[in-house]
Design a protein around this ligand. Sequence first.
Ligand code: ADP
Length: 422
Amino acid sequence: MATVLGCIADDFTGATDLAALLSRSGLPVSLRIGVPAEDTADAAAFEVIALKCRTIPVKDALEQAREAFRWLKEAGATRFFWKYCSTFDSTNEGNIGPVAEMLMEELGTRQTIYCPAFPENGRSIFMGHLFVGEQLLSESPMRDHPLTPMRDSSLMRLLGPQVRGRVGLANRLVVAQGPAALSARLEALASESVMHVITDAVSDEDLKTIAAATADMPLVTGGSAIAGQLPRLYVERGLLASPVKTTTMEAPKGGQAVLSGSCSAMTRRQVTYYAGRSASLRLDPVTLAGKGGGAAEEWLQQRSAEEPKLIFATAEPEDVRKAQETLGLEKASQVVEQALAELARQAFRRGIRRFVVAGGETSGAITQALGITRLAIGPEIAPGVPWVFAEVEGERVALALKSGNFGSETFFEDAFRLLEAV
Ligand code: ADP
């Protein structure tokens, strides 16, 4: 089947989030890790390529995204989606703007939109400002993120330094008037050479309006929620046939583990909750840098595959800062990611087949370490977090790749419980 929508995600949990929301339509969604080595023969209607390019140098991000774009184009895609986090995770040197501009250039298009809103998860945009629940982004726990601390909430100001073209806003007052008013606003902005349009959205109704006005744009950018509106529109517009009934997938059997490298506020609550209900081990970046991960590996060896277990580097902002001061930001992240990736490999060898992983970058490191290249999308545990199934060395494994602030306090437990029911 030719691909209708080709999607590129800037991290792995973002890709599973996007795939989950597209999958709600019942239409075929395929998720690939990194630029596929295989040809496009079995491409699905919705193809998602997961990159790990959120915090890498711009030049490398552009190269990876360009290769992903070419593969998707080869698969038949005529519309493209550039997925980043619903909290716009990036820095001034970040890659959201540059990748969007590169894709616009490849597609020869003059305008795209930026809509990271995800109302179901409390992410909304009003007058160009991003909110997490009732807080401005810059006043939310995202201000203390280890890699991309978000200290401003204005998407116009955040995007501005990342792009060459002009940035503008289609605000809620316009969006509330419906697709025709929004289209007119986009045209007016285009006539002023505004290439990059932030679109306000505070509800799913707003997302429906935005999707209706932009579904024919060659490139749309944003969070998973706006993309989730597209399959229905494609069916309505005759680009795709209605979904046929999908078969349910069987969950793989085998032991379980939670691996957490996320320091986000929600993950910290989830770790505290689950640590009281499982064997748990805390990793310290400074110790890892000095002595390696041997002690943690030994700890894992002493656990049975089946018993609930949690290994986490998750720490309070104060401790993250201390580790970063001692080791440097990159090194602190890197030792944690490497240690968790090695532990995931060892866990697999010990018969663990059900992994819950917390953290976008962490999920990237672990999925790569397990050599996973393609994922099938299973049931959604919480909005935007599905179980995904993959093959590792000929064995099926289930993974829940959770972005930092997603899920409720009981997420880890909920995830395993849901898998029992599959
Ligand atoms: P999230 O989805 O919450 O953003 P990520 O995994 O994307 O989580 O990012 C968290 C980053 O913080 C990772 O690179 C991880 O290695 C790093 N990290 C985890 N624990 C610590 C710690 N205790 N000190 C410093 N950095 C840490």
